[in-house]
Design a binder for this molecule. Structure first.
Ligand code: GLN
Length: 445
């Protein structure tokens, strides 16, 4: 109740929620209290959380921050939502985001930008900016995000919280509105690695309804949090400390890495030689998949339909023209172009080949080191309206998107401030190495 009141009082300034589900939350909280009274409580019984508005929630609006879906009420829960409910968590509502998860600043939302609680003139990052800001503002201790190219880690960095993108296939995508299906992955956002571990224990694991969800045992992610880090081999990719990295961010990140050396870890430089190809590769593959995924919004089965269509084609054209925002249209155009006959081999197929090389860079690096460390983003949170050129915006994804192309897990953990704004340290590990990442991040609790 206290958190719901706090949201009501202060979210006008932050805009982190699209929908607050007060009544449902109070009801679920009562059920949690009853379970506790019966002696039937788990680690997360009654824990208040929030869900990025990309997760389908039964009987609750799911907009993906788009005019296209601003009247869409899902008839079912995403697997992640189902599992969080079963664990007794209490969702307070659905958080703001970049439309269809396309963006790095939360300025692409149909419901307006989110303001960074550390400085209201700055962005919270994106696309899971509402979830990150809601945690930083003290509205909820934890929230769910999704990460296709950095959308959990970069807003976590900008808002001074912890965010984990699991290995592709670790968490079910069923019921999560698709952006780029071969890259999308849901993950926890919270103040600490420990809270992320508790959420991972609930959301990870096989789901028959997502064929890319891996059937592999789920460890207790809290078990190794306190494992000593003596002897940990840390690699610093030279490409992640080069041109374009803000000096203040670099200083904070390097200081954090010295903390690990003091704990007995060893630090070596490594190279991920295909790093410079990650942005062009991602911005071919992700829009290609998006153009295909978003073709379902035709005004017939979902969401927005234009008024008085003349005929079928008119209905498609106007419904989509009215329903999608500018960035989403840009991605659909890029994706349709690179998938079209005559361009497919030159762009899409080539990008898939380069993706393989990027993945191999990480596999080679993890032969020599246990984890990789670097910044999550080249700068701290920038000002709202400051980054108007889409290409400049895409370049800011340099340290996060290769991780999705490779399918490996990554975590951003808050390690300090520059100019009064938070800075995240990004820690990367091999496929299914989440326990080690949480263990490493747990130092900064
Ligand atoms: N900023 C990237 C993009 O715009 C990543 C977004 C995401 O991870 N969903 O595509």
């Amino acid at each position: 109740k206290a958190l719901l009141d706090r949201i009501e009082q202060h979210d006008e300034k932050i805009n982190s929620f699209i929908t607050v589900t007060r009544d449902e939350a109070l009801e679920a909280a009562e059920a949690a209290d009853a379970a506790r009274a019966r002696g039937d409580a788990g680690a997360l019984t009654g824990a208040p959380i929030a869900l990025k508005d990309i997760f389908c929630t039964k009987d609750v609006l799911t907009t993906c921050a788009s005019h296209m879906l601003d009247n869409f009420v899902s008839p079912y829960d995403a697997t992640v939502v189902e599992r969080l409910k079963a664990a007794g968590t209490v969702s307070l509502g659905k958080t703001n985001m970049d439309e269809f998860a396309m963006g790095s600043s939360n300025e692409n939302s149909f419901f307006g930008p989110v303001h960074n609680p550390w400085n209201l003139d700055h962005v919270p990052g994106g696309s899971s900016g509402g979830s990150a800001a809601a945690i930083a503002a003290g509205f909820v201790p934890a929230a769910m995000g999704t990460d296709t190219g950095g959308s959990i880690r970069q807003p976590a960095s900008f808002c001074g919280i912890t965010g984990l993108k699991p290995t592709y296939g670790r968490v079910s995508r069923y019921g999560i509105i698709a952006y780029a299906s071969s890259l999308d992955q849901a993950g926890p956002m919270a103040h600490t690695a420990e809270d992320c571990a508790l959420l991972m224990n609930v959301i990870a694991g096989h789901d028959q309804r997502d064929s890319t969800c891996v059937n592999q045992d789920v460890p207790d992610y809290t078990a190794e949090l306190d494992k000593p880090l003596k002897g940990l081999r840390i690699g610093l990719p030279v490409e992640y400390f080069g041109e374009g990295l803000d000096a203040g961010v670099e200083k904070v990140v390097r200081e954090a890495i010295r903390t690990y050396e003091a704990l007995g870890a060893t630090v070596v430089e490594v190279s991920l030689p295909h790093t410079r190809l990650a942005i062009p590769t991602y911005y071919v593959i992700a829009p290609a998949e998006a153009s295909s995924n978003l073709s379902r919004y035709d005004g017939v089965r979902f969401g927005h339909r234009c008024d008085d269509p003349k005929d079928l084609i008119d209905m498609y054209l106007r419904s989509r023209a009215e329903g999608f925002g500018e960035e989403v249209k840009r991605r659909i155009l890029m994706g349709t172009h690179t998938l079209s006959e005559g361009f497919y081999d030159a762009y899409y197929r080539k990008a898939q080949r380069v993706r393989r090389l990027i993945r191999q860079d990480f596999i080679d690096a993890f032969e020599k080191v246990d984890v990789l460390m670097g910044p999550a983003a080249p700068t701290p949170a920038f000002g709202i309206g400051q980054q108007s050129d889409p290409i400049q915006m895409y370049l800011g994804d340099i340290y996060t998107i290769a991780i999705n192309l490779a399918g490996i897990p990554g975590i951003s953990v808050p390690v300090g401030f520059t100019d009064g704004l938070p800075v995240g340290l990004q820690i990367l590990g091999p496929h299914f190495g989440e326990s080690r990442l949480l263990n490493t991040a747990h130092v900064f609790q």
